[in-house]
Design a protein around this ligand. Structure first.
Ligand SMILES: *Cc1c(COP(=O)(O)O)cnc(C)c1O
Length: 425
C-alpha cells in the first residue's frame, strides 16, 4: 500500500482517491484504464477485496469459523482467485458457479451449495467434487439428494436452510427470511425434517443454515436469527442429532449513498454473544460486503442532451451492464474522473438502451462535457454478474488493479461471440 491509501477516502471505495482533480484506483489513474481497456469497464481493487476479506477474518479470529464468499455477487475468476488465495470458502448457487470456483483455485471441501432448485446433474457434479455441504431448502430436495448420493455410492453432507422468520428490514426483493419467501424450510417443520434426514441412509447431517436477506444495516435481525437457530440446534441435540456447523448466511450491507453500515466486528458482536461457549464451526456467506465497495464501473459520456425539464448525460454503459438502478431503484454515486472548472448542472445519467428504465443515476450534479469519463461507484457486487446482452450489447471488460498494475481479468465480449451459437433458419 502506498501513502495515498493511508488517508480515509471520501468515497465509499477505500482505495479510490483524487490527486490534482484526477481519480485513481490504488495507483492507477482511471483515465489510463479507460485508454488501455476501453469503456464501459468494471474495475476492481485487489487491496479493497483483500481488506474486506481480512475484516471478516479478524472479526472471527479465535473462533472456529469459515467465511464462504457468495459467488453470485461477483463470479469473475480473478476475483475468486484472490479470495481462494486468502483461504476463503465459497457459497455457490449453481453447478456453473462450482466450476468457476474450481477453475479459480478454490477448494471443493470449503464450498457450500445453496439454492431452491438444484438439479440432479448439479447434485452429481457437487458430490463428485466433494463439496463441504448442501444447504437443502425443501423436503423434496432432501429425498432427491439421498437418491443421487446412493447412485454415486457416497454420503451427501447436508444442512437444512431454515427460515427463521425475522424481518431484515431491507428491500422486499432482497429479503429472504420471511414466511412468504420461497427460500428455506419453515422453522416449525425443521425438527421433523431433520428426523427424516437422519432416516435417509445416504445423507450425513452436517449443519444448519439460514440467510435472511441482503444489504442489512442493523445487527439485530441476524442476532435474532442466530438465537432462534441456537435454540433449534439444542432441541435437535435432545433428539440425538448433533451438528458440526451453523451457517448464518450473508447479508451485511455496504455504503452506496449515505448509509452507515456497521463494521464487520460490530455487525457480528451480538451474534457471537449468542454463540459464546458453543463449539460448532460458524460459517458465513458474505457477498456484497466483500466486493461491493471494491469496484466501480468506468463509462464515457457519448452525448449531453439538454431538455426542457431534464438534462441527460448519455453514457456508453447501460442497464444491461448495471441493472441495479433499473431493478431496485438503487443509488450509485457517480463522480467525474477528471474534475472540470465548468459549472455543474443536474443530469440524469442514462444509457443508450431503448427503455425508459435505462438509467444509472438520476438528478446528479455533474460538471462534465461530451467525451468525459464517469465512475459509477460501489458497483463491485451484483453488477457484472447481473449483466446481460440486451440490445446485442457485448458485456463490459473487467480489470483488477493491484498497486501500479492493471490486470485484464475478462476481455470485453466481441459482437461475433454474441451470436456465434445461433444460425439463420
Ligand atoms: C445472495 C446470497 C448470499 C450473499 O448475500 P449478500 O447480501 O451479498 O452478502 C449468501 N447466501 C445466500 C444463500 C444467498 O442467496
Amino acid at each position: 500500500m502506498t501513502a495515498t491509501h493511508n488517508t480515509v477516502s471520501p468515497y465509499p471505495i477505500p482505495t479510490l482517491h483524487a490527486d490534482n482533480g484526477e481519480l485513481s484506483l490504488e495507483d492507477v489513474p482511471l483515465t489510463q484504464l479507460a485508454e488501455q481497456f476501453g469503456t464501459p469497464s468494471y474495475v476492481y481493487s485487489k487491496a479493497a477485496l483483500t481488506a474486506a476479506f481480512d475484516a471478516w477474518q479478524q472479526a472471527l479470529s479465535g473462533r472456529r469459523a469459515l467465511v464462504c464468499y457468495a459467488v453470485k455477487a461477483n463470479s469473475n475468476l480473478g476475483v475468486l482467485s484472490v479470495f481462494a488465495r486468502l483461504g476463503a470458502g465459497f457459497d455457490i448457487v449453481s453447478g456453473g458457479e462450482l466450476a468457476r470456483v474450481l477453475a479459480a483455485g478454490g477448494r471443493a471441501d470449503k464450498v457450500v451449495f445453496s439454492g431452491v432448485g438444484k438439479t440432479r446433474d448439479e447434485m452429481r457434479q457437487a458430490l463428485r467434487a466433494g463439496i463441504r455441504c448442501f444447504n437443502v431448502e425443501s423436503a423434496a430436495e432432501l429425498e432427491r439428494l439421498d437418491s443421487i448420493a446412493a447412485e454415486l455410492g457416497v454420503k451427501a453432507p447436508v444442512a437444512l436452510r431454515v427460515n427463521p422468520d425475522v424481518d431484515p428490514k431491507t428491500h422486499p426483493y432482497i429479503s429472504t427470511g420471511l414466511k412468504g419467501n420461497k427460500f428455506g424450510v419453515a422453522f416449525a417443520d425443521a425438527q421433523a425434517l431433520y428426523a427424516r434426514a437422519r432416516a435417509l441412509p445416504n445423507l450425513h447431517i452436517s449443519g444448519i443454515a439460514c440467510h435472511i436477506g441482503s444489504q442489512l444495516l442493523d445487527p439485530a435481525p441476524i442476532a435474532e436469527a442466530a438465537q432462534k437457530l441456537a435454540e433449534l440446534v439444542d432441541r435437535l441435540a435432545t433428539d440425538g442429532i448433533t451438528l458440526d456447523h451453523i451457517d448464518l448466511g450473508g447479508g451485511l450491507g455496504i455504503r452506496y449513498q449515505d448509509e452507515t453500515p456497521p463494521g464487520v466486528a460490530d455487525y457480528l458482536a451480538p451474534l457471537l454473544k449468542v454463540f459464546e461457549g458453543r463449539t460448532e464451526e460458524l460459517c458465513f456467506e458474505p457477498g456484497r460486503s466483500l466486493v461491493g465497495n471494491a469496484g466501480l464501473l468506468l463509462t464515457r459520456i457519448e452525448y449531453l442532451k439538454p431538455g426542457e425539464t431534464k438534462n441527460f448525460a448519455i453514457v456508453d454503459a447501460a442497464m444491461n451492464d448495471l441493472a441495479r438502478p433499473a431493478l431496485y431503484d438503487a443509488w450509485h454515486d457517480v463522480v467525474e474522473v477528471v474534475a472540470r472548472a465548468t459549472p455543474a448542472q443536474t443530469y440524469d445519467v442514462v444509457g443508450p438502451i431503448c427503455e425508459s428504465g435505462d438509467f444509472l443515476a438520476r438528478e446528479r450534479e455533474l460538471a462534465v462535457e461530451e467525451g468525459d469519463l464517469l465512475a459509477i461507484l460501489s458497483a463491485g457486487a451484483y453488477g457484472m454478474t447481473m449483466s446481460s446482452n440486451y440490445n446485442t450489447r457485448p458485456r463490459a471488460a473487467e480489470v483488477i488493479v493491484d498497486g501500479e498494475q492493471a490486470h485484464l481479468v475478462r476481455a470485453r465480449e466481441t459482437i461475433d461471440a454474441l451470436f456465434a451459437d445461433e444460425k439463420p433458419l
